[in-house]
Design a protein around this ligand. Structure first.
Ligand SMILES: *Cc1c(COP(=O)(O)O)cnc(C)c1O
Length: 378
């Protein structure tokens, strides 16, 4: 891969992945079939949860998890100020309001101290995000949540394969192509409580209920079903699940490769003062390789650097624009100035290319170009 354009992330699709999809296409089931069930078992096993429910994407998984947890009209849901839009939007889908929690300025993870200050508002749920693949402080967050009577829903879209995540009350995963393993589009909710599983499964399929002991009216015959609440069509197809199963078999290898590439970045970046890797800990699944750059010191803006790297064939991205800055949430009364941790993180962060098919040389090429673009003649 040493010559072509290096995107900040991309999928790794191999011949056996293609064959798995073709087999699904030739099978009896294109949706709601055995591949979906197999995919769910693989995801549950990988994260150490009792069950997994597969859905059409990670955003649908967030919506479903919040619904299963009982989030509804007028409830409050705590979301870190630095995350993807979907983590907060899922509260709005249910008529609830996200409350933004400031983050640690270096890791970008939800700050337990900032969370503590929000608990007087009695949130229904708390959604820590395992940003970049590193687990949030689930111990401290879990303790605060249980004192406040709130449910913890982990947004683990970055963290499949990381240590210490996904085995709690509720967690969600994404299988978008940029994530660790992909279904094309796909998502999953994991958990341990069978009642939550039941609600998640129903929500995915219009809340259609056929079990006689749960019907409101007597069943007139075998065609009969009832819906007592509004659900959605959030089903994953067997075509997607077949790809997901094939990819799940490679999760360990992909995460190992990401960690090896990250270690090489860490080592190479030691020589550049003013560029620090976002601290990741030893169990990160490295969805992203993010660095913090002291742009003032170099006299280069982030936009200039990104353009320069792009000219060298290197793609980078910023994860994420803090949500209180988004016009939609600003209109709802949030002020970016109230989140000094998010601001400090956002002003410095940049994601460098990282995906399993990258060669060691690619890392060296990125670091050389970064060093040249930061320190070169102006
Ligand atoms: C990718 C992602 C999502 C949404 O997943 P989709 O599958 O794209 O809907 C949610 N939260 C985070 C942190 C993500 O990175």
């Amino acid at each position: 891969m040493a010559e072509g354009f290096l995107p900040y992330g991309r999928q790794t699709i191999e011949d056996d992945d293609v064959e798995a999809v073709v087999r699904a296409l030739r099978s009896d089931f294109l949706t709601t079939g055995p591949e979906v069930a197999r995919f769910e078992s693989m995801v549950a096993e990988a994260v150490g949860a009792k069950w997994a429910v597969a859905v059409s994407n990670g955003t649908a998984a967030l919506h479903t998890a919040c619904f299963a947890a009982g989030v509804g009209e007028g409830d409050r849901v705590v979301v870190p100020a630095v995350t993807f839009l979907a983590t907060a939007n899922c509260a709005r889908y249910l008529g609830a309001e996200p409350m933004f929690c400031d983050v640690d300025p270096d890791s970008g993870l939800m700050s337990a101290r900032a969370l503590e200050r929000l608990l007087d508002e009695r949130p229904k749920a708390i959604l820590p995000v395992h940003l970049n693949g590193r687990a949030a402080d689930l111990e401290a967050i879990g303790r605060l949540a249980s004192d406040a009577g709130a449910v913890v829903i982990e947004d683990a879209a970055h963290a499949l394969g990381a240590g210490g995540i996904g085995s709690g009350e509720l967690a969600i995963f994404s299988f978008h192509p940029v994530k660790h393993v992909t279904c094309g589009e796909g998502g999953a909710i994991t958990g341990n409580d069978p009642d939550l599983e039941d609600r998640a499964r129903s929500f995915r399929n219009h809340m259609m209920e056929r079990r006689e002991d749960r019907l409101t009216n007597p069943s007139p015959g075998p065609w009969y079903y009832e819906a007592s609440e509004v659900g959605f069509n959030y089903r994953l197809t067997d075509i997607q699940a077949a790809l997901g199963c094939s990819q799940m078999g490679k999760l360990g290898r992909f995460v190992d490769r990401r960690r090896a590439l990250a270690a090489r970045y860490d080592e190479a970046l030691r020589d550049i003062d003013g560029v620090e890797p976002v601290p990741a800990g030893s169990e990160s699944a490295y969805h992203l390789y993010a660095v913090l750059i002291d742009f003032d010191r170099f006299g280069v803006t982030r936009a200039e650097l990104m353009t320069g790297l792009r000219d060298d064939g290197i793609g980078t991205q910023v994860h994420y624009i803090p949500l209180p800055m988004q016009p939609y949430y600003a209109k709802r009364g949030w002020r970016y100035e109230d989140f000094p941790g998010a601001r400090r993180y956002y002003e410095r962060v940049l994601s460098l290319p990282l995906f399993p098919a990258m060669a060691d040389d690619d890392v060296d090429r990125v670091v050389d170009s970064l060093s040249k673009r930061l320190e070169g003649p102006k």
